[in-house]
Design a protein around this ligand. Structure first.
Ligand SMILES: [Zn+2]
Length: 537
């Protein structure tokens, strides 16, 4: 009788506790210690709301982890690169904060490789959380090999969770991993490690992905055995659809049918420390998901005014957070160090300047123009300047603008390079970029030009003209033109391989963000560019 009682007690214990997991997640935070602004135009109303920050995320994570049950805190990659904080502190605050927030696991993003693999291994030496990437082969980089794992297992018996990490193979093309790291097919890697985990008796399988939303849905439909994919890279916001300017791409979580007919949940949580995703999962005894609930919430500092239209959205979408003193102090520490130089006002923005990779950018063509202006000041007359969409990271609101904000807008700290390009190659280079985009690469490579115009017909650039002596004249395919662009593009980044192969080049020591700040100062008030740029849509 006693045995039967014990047995029943065990059954009750197994079915009532330990089975449920809450995943809280962020991704694409890109060194945004302060969070970022949500720019929105809705029904001809403009509003800018300050959202998020590491202190707010830290507080929410603390509160979630204090609750009963198992909570796993995940970062979906692209922790670093993107603000003045990165320019100044090279990612150390990001890693320290994640340590402090008790991050449970992170997957590598493409931007983690921007400064090369040695930089990355030096940075990760300080990490107290596991770092994943199942689809990379590392050769002869022992420091990095030591820290990067294909998967981890968390939780306690019998409720183990397997977490597999995958990073976009595009990293090879859009970042600087060097030739000692090879990126392999994410689906094959996930398939392989699902089996490894199953063989170890792990029933619940989560993929932590830096592939992008569309790729995640594809992965979910192609590889069986996955329960949940927590993703990043595409900066996707899921959930509330009542406000168009948020650009919400689907429901939270998105439910995809796996190849075995089982439901796979795909969840993303936007970017720049502005939001936090929370997915509560209930499992049955066999390890299948029985039910779930979840949402993306925007993190607001106490006292932040919410425009009334947003106020009508579901209440759980906004989370007012009051961080504890130690968290506030830690962000303030870094903010104080950089507030001097970076807090200086460089000029004024005369009207809201948009920047959206898909919808178009007011800022990118202005940056191209600033490059031509700066070089001209030195006596170097260039014909054309190119700024790719992905080099610009945020819009700029009307009003005074600081050097720090310009560094957040152009965070990559690239020099201007001048290249000699043949007319016919220009046509190929622009079309190559448009081809990549129409074949599914993200819009980051989209070329914004100053001094050259073209038209787009069915994703093909045609009718190129160049500005010569006060007017646009047809581009001569046999003539050579001087092109100014940033060092990332000039060395073949973002698919601009053809530019990378040009040897006739002059690397200046003008940093693009400094030049843009100087240009705004020169203009005093900066307005939208006068020539509208062809858009893909
Ligand atoms: Zn990314």
């Amino acid at each position: 009788m006693k045995n039967l009682f014990n047995f029943l007690f065990l059954i009750v214990l197994l079915s009532s506790c330990g089975k449920d997991v809450t995943i809280i997640h962020i991704g694409d935070t890109h060194s945004h210690l302060d969070g970022a602004i949500l720019f929105c135009q809705h029904d001809s109303e403009n509003f800018n709301i300050e959202l998020g920050g590491y202190d707010l995320i830290g507080q929410v994570v603390r509160e979630e982890k204090r609750k009963r049950g198992e909570t796993i805190f995940m970062h979906a990659g692209d922790l670093i690169v993107g603000t003045r904080y990165f320019r100044e502190f090279k990612g150390k605050p990001d890693v320290k904060f994640m340590n402090k927030m008790l991050l449970d696991v992170m997957v590598l993003g493409n931007h983690e490789f921007d400064r090369g693999p040695e930089f990355l291994s030096d940075l990760l030496e300080h990490a107290r959380f596991p770092v994943l990437a199942a689809n990379i082969e590392i050769n002869n980089l022992p420091e990095l090999e030591k820290v990067v794992k294909p998967y981890i297992i968390t939780g306690s018996w019998p409720w183990h969770n397997g977490i597999i990490g995958v990073v976009t193979p595009e990293t090879e093309r859009i970042s600087s991993p060097g030739d000692r790291i090879k990126f392999t097919d994410p689906a094959k890697s996930v398939e392989k490690y699902v089996k490894v985990l199953r063989d170890k008796g792990v029933k619940r399988i989560f993929v932590l992905s830096h592939l992008g939303f569309e790729e995640d849905k594809k992965l979910a439909s192609e590889v069986s055995g996955i329960d949940v994919i927590i993703g990043g890279h595409s900066h996707t916001l899921l959930g509330y659809t009542g406000l168009e300017c948020l650009g919400v791409k689907g429901s939270y979580p998105e439910v995809v049918k796996g190849p075995d007919g089982k439901k796979v949940l795909v969840a993303h949580a936007w970017d720049h420390s502005r939001a936090l995703g929370k997915l509560k999962l209930k499992f049955d005894l066999r390890g299948n998901i029985r039910s779930w609930s979840g949402e993306t919430s925007f993190l607001l500092r106490e006292g932040t005014k919410i425009p009334f239209r947003l106020d009508r959205s579901p209440t759980n979408m906004f989370r007012v957070v009051d961080p504890e003193e130690d968290l506030l102090k830690k962000v303030k520490h870094y903010r104080d160090i950089i507030s001097g130089e970076y807090g200086k006002v460089v000029g004024e923005i005369g009207e809201n300047l948009s920047h959206d990779w898909e919808k178009g950018s007011d800022i990118a063509p202005l940056v191209a123009k600033a490059m031509v202006w700066r070089l001209g000041k030195e006596g170097t007359v260039v014909d054309v300047a190119l700024q790719n969409a992905g080099g610009v990271r945020r819009p700029l609101g009307k009003g005074e603008v600081t050097f720090g904000e310009i560094n957040d807008t152009l965070p990559f700290f690239n020099d201007i390079v001048v290249l000699k390009v043949k007319g016919e190659d220009f046509i190929k280079i622009v079309n190559n970029s448009l081809n990549l985009i129409s074949n599914g690469a993200h819009y980051g490579s989209f070329p914004y030009l100053y001094g050259m115009k073209y038209e787009i017909e069915n994703f093909k650039a045609v009718n190129f003209t160049v500005f010569r002596e006060g007017e646009f004249v047809p581009l001569d395919p046999d003539e050579y033109y001087l092109l100014a662009t940033d060092s990332y593009i000039a060395y073949g980044g973002n698919g601009y391989d053809m530019l990378g192969q040009i040897t006739d080049r002059n690397v200046t020591d003008f940093i693009v963000s400094d030049v843009f700040a100087e240009y705004i100062g020169y203009k005093e008030v900066l307005y939208k560019p006068s020539i509208s740029h062809p858009a893909l849509q």
